[in-house]
Design a protein around this ligand. Structure first.
Ligand code: PBG
Length: 323
C-alpha cells in the first residue's frame, strides 16, 4: 500500500497540523433574552440553561462571559403584553428598557460587540414581524417602522443591527436611514435566508412572541428552497449588508455552503433554539455526551462555511475550550 491516510491521524500533534477547521469563542455570538424588572433570572423551560435576564442580573452574566473570552452578544427583549401594539411603537420609545440597557452594557463593557434584532414581533400585538392589516403583512408599511427601530438601537450604541423580519428591500432602507442619522459605522447583519422553520419554538416561548394568527410563510422562506437563497443573498449584498445570515443552521448546512461559495461577505449561521433544545434534551437523557456532541455540532456548522455562529451553546463552548 503506497497511500495510508491513517498516517496523518496517528497522534494529536499530527492531527492538529492537518486540521482543516476549528471553532473559537471569538467566532461565536451568544443570544441573551432580556426582560424589564429587577433580580430576574427565569429559565426558559423549553431551552434549559437559558434565562430571561433583567438589567441588573445580565451585567454580571456578561462580565462572566467576557472572562471566558466570549465578547459577542445578540440581544432579544421580552416585552410586557400591555406595551405591545399594532405599530410596535415601544420598539423606538425613549422608555424602552432594551434601548437603555444597550447603552448601559456598552458603557460598562465597551469591549463587547452587541447585535440587535430588528423585527416587529416582540413588540407587536399581532405577533408578526411586519405590520398587519386585514390579515396581511404589509411590506412597505413595515419598512419605516423597522428604520425607526434600527436608528433607536444605533442611537443607544448597538454595534450591529440584525434585521430578522424578511421584508423586501429592508437592508437598503435601513442602510439609508442609519447613514442619514450619522450611523454609517453601524453594521448590518442581515437574516438573508431565514426560513419559515418549525425550530423557533423555544425562542417564541422565551419572548412570548408567537404569531396570534396565521404563520410566517408569506415572508420567511420555504424550507424546500435553496436557489432562492442566492436571490436573497444577491439583493442583500447589493443593498449594503455587511454579513449574510442563514437561519436555521444545522438543518440548512447546504444553504450555508452555497452562500459561502457565492459571496465574499462573511456568512453567519443561526444555530436556533429548537436545534439547541434537541441536543440538550438528548444529553439530559444520557443519550449523548454534551461535551463531545456540542463542539462537534458547532464544528459542522463551521465546516459547512459559516464564519460566525449564533448559538445558545456559546458560553458552554467558551468554558469548555478554556479548560
Ligand atoms: C424574530 C426572531 C425569531 C428568531 C430570531 N429572531 C423568531 C421568529 O422569526 O419567529 C428565532 C431564533 C431562535 O429560534 O433561536 N424575528
Amino acid at each position: 500500500m503506497l497511500t495510508r491516510p491513517r498516517r496523518n491521524r496517528k497522534s494529536e500533534s499530527i492531527r492538529s497540523m492537518v486540521r482543516e477547521n476549528s471553532v473559537h469563542a471569538g467566532q461565536l455570538i451568544y443570544p441573551l433574552f432580556l426582560v424589564d424588572g429587577k433580580k430576574i433570572k427565569s429559565e426558559v423551560k423549553s431551552l434549559p440553561g437559558n434565562f430571561r435576564w433583567s438589567p441588573d442580573t445580565v451585567l454580571p452574566e456578561i462580565e462572566a462571559c467576557l472572562k471566558l473570552g466570549l465578547t459577542n452578544f445578540v440581544l432579544f427583549p421580552a416585552i410586557d403584553e400591555k406595551l405591545k401594539d399594532k405599530k410596535a411603537a415601544y420598539s423606538y420609545s425613549k422608555h424602552n428598557f432594551y434601548l437603555k440597557l444597550i447603552s448601559t452594557i456598552k458603557k460598562e463593557f465597551p469591549e463587547t460587540c452587541l447585535v440587535s434584532d430588528v423585527a416587529m414581533d416582540p413588540y407587536s400585538s399581532d405577533g408578526h414581524d411586519g405590520y398587519v392589516e386585514k390579515g396581511k403583512i404589509l411590506n412597505d408599511k413595515t419598512l419605516p417602522i423597522l428604520a425607526k427601530m434600527a436608528v433607536a438601537q444605533a442611537d443607544a450604541g448597538i454595534d450591529i443591527v440584525g434585521p430578522s423580519d424578511m421584508m423586501d428591500g429592508r437592508v437598503a432602507y435601513l442602510r439609508n436611514a442609519l447613514d442619514e442619522k450619522g450611523h454609517s459605522e453601524v453594521s448590518i447583519m442581515s437574516y438573508t435566508a431565514k426560513y419559515a422553520s418549525a425550530f423557533y419554538g423555544p425562542f417564541r416561548d422565551a419572548l412570548d412572541s408567537a404569531p396570534k394568527k396565521g404563520d410566517k410563510k408569506t415572508y420567511q422562506m420555504d424550507p424546500a428552497n435553496k436557489i432562492e437563497a442566492l436571490r436573497e443573498a444577491g439583493l442583500d449584498e447589493s443593498e449594503g449588508a455587511d454579513f449574510l445570515m442563514v437561519k436555521p443552521a444545522l438543518h440548512y448546512l447546504d444553504v450555508i455552503h452555497t452562500l459561502k461559495s457565492n459571496t465574499a461577505l462573511p456568512i453567519a449561521a443561526y444555530h436556533v433554539s429548537g436545534e439547541c433544545a434537541m441536543l440538550t434534551a438528548a444529553c439530559k437523557n444520557g443519550w449523548l455526551n454534551y461535551e463531545k456532541a456540542m463542539p462537534e455540532t458547532l464544528l459542522s456548522i463551521k465546516r459547512a462555511g459559516a464564519d460566525v455562529i449564533l448559538t445558545y451553546f456559546a458560553k458552554d463552548f467558551a468554558r469548555l475550550t478554556k479548560k
